[in-house]
Structure formats: C-alpha cells, structure tokens
Design a protein around this ligand. Sequence first.
Ligand SMILES: Nc1ncnc2c1ncn2[C@@H]1O[C@H](COP(=O)(O)OP(=O)(O)OP(=O)(O)O)[C@@H](O)[C@H]1O
Ligand SMILES: [Mg+2]
Length: 252
Amino acid sequence: MIVVDNLSRSFGGVFAAREVSMSVAAGEVRGVIGPNGAGKSTLFNLISGHLRPQSGTVSLGGTRIDTLPPHRRAELGIAIVFQGARVFPGMSVLENVAVGAHARTDAGALSAILRLPRHRRGESEIFADAEAALERVGLADWVSRPVTALPLGQQRRLQVARALTAKPTALLLDEPASGLRAPERQDLSRLIRELRADGITILLVEHDVAMVTSLADRITVLDLGRVIADGTPDEIRRDPAVIAAYLGKASA
Ligand SMILES: Nc1ncnc2c1ncn2[C@@H]1O[C@H](COP(=O)(O)OP(=O)(O)OP(=O)(O)O)[C@@H](O)[C@H]1O
Ligand SMILES: [Mg+2]
C-alpha cells in the first residue's frame, strides 16, 4: 500500500534518512524501530508530507504522493498521530477530537473544508464523527469531560480517535506508547490490533521494542538514517546488525 523507495533527506549535511526503502502492505502493522536519532520520525514525516525528500519516492497504492502537501495525503487516506502530540487544554474531550477533524493537518485543509463542496460538512456531522471515533477507542464515557481530566493513556487514545475521524486507510503512529505505564501500553496494543482487524493499515514507530515485536507483522529497523534490517519480529530479534545497534547504543 505504501512504498518508500530510496528516500534521502539530510539536515545540515547529516543524513536523517539515507536511501531508505521499505513498504507497508495493506492490512499489516508495520513496525519501525531504531535507537534515538535513527531517523524514525524523519521517515514518518516524509510519508506524511511534513518533510520533503531530497531524492527518492513515496507511493500510496501505486500513485506517487511525495510532492503532495500533507492535507492532500490525508485526503488520500493517510492519518497521523505525531510524536508527543498534545491535547488542547480548556476544551472537552469531544471538542478536542472535533477540532482535529475540522483542522485536520493544516490551515489549507481547514479552508478546503470551508470552501469545497465535498468538504462542506455541517458542524453536527463533525461532532457526530468525533463522538463515533471516541466510542471506537473506548472513550465514550469521557466525551463531555474536560480533556485535562484524561490520564495520559486516554489522551493517546484521544489522538487516535482524532486521526480516525478522517476514516483513514492507513494510520501512522509516532511513539504512541512513550511515557505510558505497562497496563496503558497493553490497552494501546489491544486497540492497534482491533484497528488492524477493522482493515486499517498501520505504521507504528516505537521505542518500545517489546511492544513492536509483539504487535507488528513486519519490522523495519533504522540506524543512523539507514535501514539495517527488515523482516518478521523473529528475524529482527535474531539479526546481528540489530543486536549490535542496540547494544552499541546501550553501552555508549
Ligand atoms: N528538523 C530538523 N533539523 C535538523 N536536524 C534534524 C531535524 N529533524 C531531525 N534531525 C536530525 O536527524 C536525525 C534523525 O532524527 P529523527 O527525529 O528522525 O530520529 P528518531 O529516530 O525519530 O529519534 P527519537 O527516537 O529520538 O524520536 C537526528 O540526528 C536529528 O537530530
Ligand atoms: Mg522520533
């Protein structure tokens, strides 16, 4: 479904992505792991459109999308939850999700929603979608609570709900489990499995290697901007290059 071919992107001469090729098959959970600074978020942003590659291509269902702005990619079915995504304090849980549904990825998308006939949706429809998405992630009882009342684990589910209002075919998550306690991680893992069962293709960028190896169908491992391994969780666990990359960082 998503094919990344030979993508490169550098910052000040240092490659954050170097000739990265990988793909995400329809219906799978594709894990992306790697030590700090490996280039995981760079790859994520190159797929979402928040970064442009210096070379290489990104395709979705056979169509090149690497020159499209983020909101166009969102319209094509790619939804994202950024690393460290925050909630809007001073709003209810429902409003937080509705605002996300409205603003989607940027101001361009908002004006598109207001102007284009196919986006001319009533406010009540936006709230109904937001409520359905909150129900989907198990937050139905929280809709009218202030968002600041939500524990961190539930805030992450809220971010997923916001992404789901776009009715995506692919959901990209950047470190959704960071800062969560073990039971919250298990809840999140369960939700990701359910979304896969619903037919949503998932790209899961995570620090938590145990979580990714238990969830993902296949895993891409990055180090210093390069793909150092790609395979099933079993293959990745046994891969000497992966072991070396993690042990190297641990002892550094
Ligand atoms: N906007 C930017 N400007 C300059 N350097 C950047 C930028 N974004 C990323 N980098 C650099 O590119 C490299 C890869 O960063 P990236 O954020 O993609 O790594 P990561 O694997 O997501 O790390 P983490 O696990 O800490 O989230 C790092 O060396 C980082 O400092
Ligand atoms: Mg990152």
